[in-house]
Ligand binder design. Structure first.
Ligand code: SF4
Length: 168
């Protein structure tokens, strides 16, 4: 296998892209630029290795359908931002963390629990709601839409189509 090389230019371009997308959706990247760029470097490395931006802080299986929940931004980002002020890797932080210059530290990985919760929540909602079109939920930001199929890109967080799950 060829050695995977990530150039400084790629890191810079991807950093700018992530920053732009984050800010357009009301999210913030960690203001520690060097730290953030290292995470971006890991994301690019994973993209070259697996074909998608697998979380740089978690072990990927290398099969997109099995790693969907940890494609950045992962399914756990928003809950971690809500509870801790930053995501598991510390790539995304809240405004409060920036304004108060709070330190990012290690937090528990909620991977493994969220999916079970989502399934049981959906099951109970399915019993009480009946709609003519299926409702799709973006697993990254929670955006909901009623349509025949999920959109190609989430209009809110720009996650790909396969990050949507059938909600109802
Ligand atoms: S949002 Fe999730 S996938 Fe992206 S860097 Fe943070 S923890 Fe990793």
């Amino acid at each position: 296998m060829n050695e995977i090389v990530v150039t400084e230019q790629e890191v810079l371009a991807t950093y700018e892209e992530f920053k732009k997308n984050a800010e357009a959706s009301g999210y913030y990247l960690n203001p520690d630029v060097e730290f953030t760029k290292e995470l971006i470097r890991g994301l690019i490395y994973n993209k070259k290795r697996y074909g998608y931006f697998s979380c740089p802080c978690r072990i990927a299986l290398g099969v997109r359908s099995l790693d969907l929940d940890i494609i950045c931004p992962c399914d756990y980002r928003d809950d971690d931002l809500k509870d801790y002020g930053f995501c598991y890797c510390g790539l995304y932080v809240t405004k409060e963390v920036i304004d108060q210059n709070k330190k990012v530290h290690s937090i528990p990985d909620r991977r493994g629990f969220a999916n079970k919760l989502t399934v049981s929540q959906n099951a109970s909602q399915e019993k009480v709601l009946k709609l003519s079109l299926p409702v799709w939920r973006c697993r990254v930001c929670g955006y909901l839409c009623a349509r025949i199929a999920p959109p190609e890109l989430c209009p809110i967080c720009k996650a790909d189509k396969d990050r949507f799950e059938k909600f109802i």
